[in-house]
Design a protein around this ligand. Structure first.
Ligand code: SF4
Length: 324
């Protein structure tokens, strides 16, 4: 296992739409885990007004994500990929709890989310090992997994194991091949969202506690027109009773700026949400119109790794940032 030294921290308390509440307290950590490699992990305290709902610890499973989503800095770091180990997942959970100085007894639920840097399906065995290791240490933990389904055998693999998976989250950017390829730059040739949803639902049939979320990340000019929404509604209709659609704002990152990717206005987002609701889907709005600077790879994007000197260099002047 590496060194796991916290080298930067970002704290924020923000108004934020999510399924069961409206506020978040966030402690995001940039971690030097291996001399010249950096990852991010984060403690999120979810609140409804001031009532605590849960603590969610978001962890990374890779350095330099294999998927390469166009809006995300995590997939475009200038060095070879590194897959983390089960012990590294547990270490991130421990760091997050310790550094954010929280008492788990103060919160009704503890969730660990594979929603940080990395694609869990590609390391499905390690993810299963990691979940079991985390469960040994935190008995009441439940797990959220966000996956593009790069390795579409992951659902079948996890299905055979007794894991406390609370939901799978699969991204939806479009049902048009060229748009998918534009956003998911390294999408495998056989990438098939419909098949992935079917596999996730199959898992759900055997594990009633697990839900399937479709993360519709709305981007102006890419997938936000009335026609785009209609197409999505039609595309997903066979799964209507088995999925929840999370209508998400795109978090601000440098990559978004570079590629001119952003969400439509709040008014438009509500209009889209209503259309999906009217079509009979279970759905909710996720995120905020404001630039929270909390997007995937938000801290990582400020650093590059120098292969020759094997050291981390910061591209910008970095400071500990505290927002109230
Ligand atoms: S958004 Fe997630 S899956 Fe996409 S490149 Fe970033 S870390 Fe990887």
């Amino acid at each position: 296992m590496g060194k796991f030294k916290v080298i930067e921290k970002l704290e924020a308390a923000i108004d934020f739409n999510f399924e069961h509440g409206n506020k978040e307290k966030i402690y995001r950590y940039l971690i030097n885990f291996d001399d010249n490699r950096i990852i991010e992990c984060m403690t999120i305290i979810h609140l409804n007004d001031n009532e605590p709902i849960d603590v969610t610890i978001e962890i990374s499973n890779m350095y330099n994500c294999i998927v390469g989503c166009r809006f995300c800095a995590s997939g475009s770091l200038p060095e070879s990929r590194t897959f983390l180990k089960a012990e590294d997942y547990l270490k991130q959970v421990e760091i997050c709890i310790k550094e954010s100085n929280i008492n788990l007894n103060d919160y009704p639920k503890l969730y660990v989310a594979f929603t940080g840097i990395g694609e869990p399906s590609v390391v499905k065995e390690e993810v299963a090992k990691g979940i079991m290791l985390i469960k040994e240490r935190y008995n009441n933990v439940e797990v959220n997994i966000a996956t593009t389904g790069f390795d579409n055998k992951c659902f079948e693999y996890w299905n055979k194991l007794n894991l406390p998976i609370r939901y799978f989250q699969l991204p939806y950017y479009s049902c048009e091949k060229d748009k998918i390829k534009y956003i998911i730059q390294n999408a495998p040739k056989d990438y098939d969202l419909i098949n992935n949803i079917k596999e996730a639902i199959k898992y759900r049939k055997n594990h009633n506690e697990c839900r399937v979320k479709i993360n519709y990340v709305v981007m102006e000019g890419i997938n936000d027109s009335e026609k785009d929404v209609e197409k999505m509604i039609e595309y997903l209709k066979e799964f209507k009773d088995d999925i929840i659609i999370k209508v998400s704002y795109l978090n601000y990152t440098e990559k978004c700026k570079e590629n001119n990717l952003h969400s439509p206005s709040q008014k438009e987002m509500h209009k889209i949400l209503n259309s999906i609701k009217q079509a009979g889907y279970d759905c909710y709005l996720f995120g905020t119109e404001n630039n929270t600077e909390l997007g995937c790879g938000q801290l990582v994007q400020n650093y590059i790794c120098d292969e020759n000197s094997k050291s981390i260099r910061s591209q910008n002047f970095i400071r500990k940032k505290v927002m109230n």
